[in-house]
Design a protein around this ligand. Structure first.
Ligand code: HEC
Ligand code: HEC
Ligand code: HEC
Ligand code: HEC
Ligand code: HEC
Length: 455
């Protein structure tokens, strides 16, 4: 009975009826995988795979895939925010158990609702493991969402090659594994309010990379010649590197948006208006930037000018006048008040929204709770604001109109734009005691231009 999931995709819909256990609100577009359909012993440990797949194991162990359950911020958000919230609103129990469907799938499919903390050293710590990914054969519905994977655990490991031989297991080629919708199983998320709170694969699907057949793998699992196992009989010209590099890799984030800027006039007098335009081109990402956990990522453009005597001026961005624009200009008004309810502190008045100097453009997708306040909790998101992120191959232009002060020094004015990225809002990190590395500021790019002040 426990084994009956080991069947082709076509039968998967029926199996949902066999195991009507916990179900997330997915709006009818494919249910999450059955809760508790397997035993832990049905899945091998990553350490076992390491015996032969050393390079791949070491790559994986440095990526966030191997830390999706143990990483400090994941532990804090799950245990100190989401589970605390469930204590005060038990209707969220299933949705919060669903965190594990993506962050430690073994726990979900073997029926552990609340695994112990990482320090207990349970198998939950395997996070998104080798055997979890290599026993996925299909999904239960279209689109991919909320861990709607179908597992066929056992001797056969499914991946991209036909007819390769292993002493430890059988192998099978499964074309689904090599497609973006495979990644979308965990990289698209719909919450209990029916809101798409994560849509990396959907963003990709409607963009230029899908149209050209470029899958996620091309950028996050690039191919190189070599052996994929130290016991492999021969080399392949195209071994998939398990890098999964993203938000936590400054080298991946850096340069992902390209920038140029120019003034409208090269010669101006004190009191004139300088008009400076900045072009931002997303030339390297298959999806929007930021993507994924957009509720907590920050991408902001800071523009400053320095006159010939070294006086520095901060230039606020020109407003474009679109609906919801206030959310896209840095501000420190109180936000995230819902954390008070989650943690049983009704007097909590909120914390600064962006923890950044005000007036800068911030490319974001704002998440709101049911009272219309900004939230950092994707499970508590009742609506989304205007999506002002930079889409794949999109170019955004920001304008800075600056009335030159009467006492500006004559000579060259240098104008500089810096695009910065931060994984987590600093005020949230401070409140929840998330270690400082999560709020590290990464420079994505910068650009410079000039004009002359003449008398
Ligand atoms: C005793 C050595 C050994 C162990 C242990 C081992 N493998 Fe393999 N594996 C191999 C060899 C050899 C190949 C074939 C390499 C080739 O020729 O391309 C292979 C191939 C694969 C493939 C490619 C399949 C395909 O069709 O593209 C996957 C996926 C895979 N292994 C996953 C795993 C996982 C997951 C584990 C741990 C649960 C594991 N392996 C443990 C030796 C091993
Ligand atoms: C997030 C899912 C995921 C995880 C985790 C994962 N893999 Fe893979 N693996 C893939 C995908 C996808 C491919 C196929 C890549 C392609 O088609 O471009 C692959 C390919 C492989 C291959 C064949 C590589 C080749 O091109 O010859 C081996 C071997 C393999 N994985 C072993 C492992 C081992 C061992 C681990 C754990 C240390 C692991 N994988 C973890 C998704 C995963
Ligand atoms: C079984 C679920 C699952 C599947 C399948 C999956 N991922 Fe992930 N992935 C995750 C989780 C969970 C995280 C977040 C880890 C964390 O907590 O930071 C993640 C994180 C990432 C990151 C971000 C790493 C960082 O530095 O922040 C990248 C890039 C990524 N995955 C790419 C892929 C690609 C490409 C595929 C398909 C080949 C894929 N994932 C398939 C669950 C999955
Ligand atoms: C053309 C190359 C390309 C393709 C295709 C691509 N990515 Fe990315 N991805 C990037 C780059 C570059 C970054 C780093 C910049 C950033 O954070 O957006 C990134 C970042 C990410 C992140 C971290 C996002 C964040 O801000 O937290 C995730 C998760 C991710 N990618 C998953 C995926 C998945 C899943 C797919 C397929 C549906 C995919 N990527 C397709 C290039 C690509
Ligand atoms: C549908 C799959 C899915 C579900 C369900 C899910 N997550 Fe995630 N989570 C991801 C992926 C994928 C990422 C990485 C996205 C990125 O890099 O931007 C992520 C990122 C995160 C991060 C940021 C990690 C970092 O290091 O920056 C935290 C914290 C987190 N999730 C906690 C949770 C909690 C708590 C829940 C349940 C309330 C949950 N997740 C539910 C897939 C999921």
């Amino acid at each position: 009975m426990k084994r009956c999931l080991a069947v082709p995709a076509a039968a998967a819909g029926i199996l949902i009826l066999v195991y009507p256990a916990v179900n997330l609100a997915t709006g009818g577009e494919g249910g999450s995988a059955p809760f508790g359909a397997f035993r832990e012993s049905d899945f091998e440990r990553p350490q076992t795979c390491r015996q032969c797949h050393i390079d791949i194991y070491e790559q994986w162990s440095q990526s966030m895939m191997s830390q999706a359950y143990t990483h400090h911020w994941d532990e804090i958000e799950y245990f100190d925010l989401a589970l605390e919230h469930v204590k005060r609103d038990p209707s969220l129990e299933d949705a919060v158990a669903g965190c594990n469907g993506c962050h430690t799938p073994l726990m979900w499919i073997t029926g552990t609702k609340t695994p112990p903390r990482p320090e207990a050293g349970s198998r939950a710590n395997e996070s998104v493991s080798c055997d979890i990914c290599h026993t996925i054969t299909a999904r239960t519905g279209d689109p991919s969402v909320n861990f709607n994977y179908v597992h066929s655990p056992g001797r056969v490991k499914y991946a991209n090659r036909e007819g390769v031989v292993s002493p430890h297991h059988e192998t099978a080629k499964n074309d689904f594994v090599s497609t973006a919708p495979y990644c979308g199983i965990c990289h698209n998320e719909k919450n209990p309010y029916g809101i798409w709170v994560k849509s990396t694969e959907l963003e990709w699907a409607e963009g230029p990379y899908n149209a050209q057949g470029v899958q996620c793998h091309a950028c996050h699992m690039p191919k190189a010649p070599g052996r994929n196992a130290n016991t492999a009989r021969k080399e392949h010209p195209d071994v998939a590197q398990h890098l999964f590099h993203g938000a936590h890799d400054p080298g991946k984030v850096g340069g992902s948006i390209e920038m140029r800027m120019h003034p409208g006039e090269r010669e101006l007098e004190p009191g004139d208006r300088a008009v400076i335009k900045v072009q931002l081109f997303n030339g390297k990402c298959g999806h929007k930037v930021p993507s994924g956990s957009a509720e907590e990522r920050q991408l902001w453009l800071r523009v400053t000018a320095v006159d010939s005597e070294g006086r520095e001026f901060h230039l606020p961005v020109d407003r474009k006048g679109f609906e919801g624009e206030d959310e896209t200009i840095t501000s420190n008004i109180p936000a995230y008040q819902d954390i008070g309810f989650m943690r049983g502190d009704p007097s909590f008045a909120g914390i600064p929204r962006d923890s950044l100097p005000e007036g800068d453009r911030i490319f974001c997708l704002p998440y709101f709770d049911k009272e219309g306040r900004r939230t950092i909790a994707q499970w508590n998101t009742a609506s989304l604001g205007t999506d002002y992120r930079i889409g794949p191959r999109e170019t955004k232009i920001e304008t800075y109109t600056w009335a030159l002060p009467d006492d500006i020094a004559p000579g060259r004015v240098t104008v500089r734009a810096t695009l910065n990225y931060r994984r987590l809002v600093a005020s949230v990190a401070g409140l929840l005691k998330v270690p400082a590395d999560e709020t590290e500021i990464v420079k994505v790019n910068d650009a410079e231009t000039w004009f002359e002040v003449v008398d």
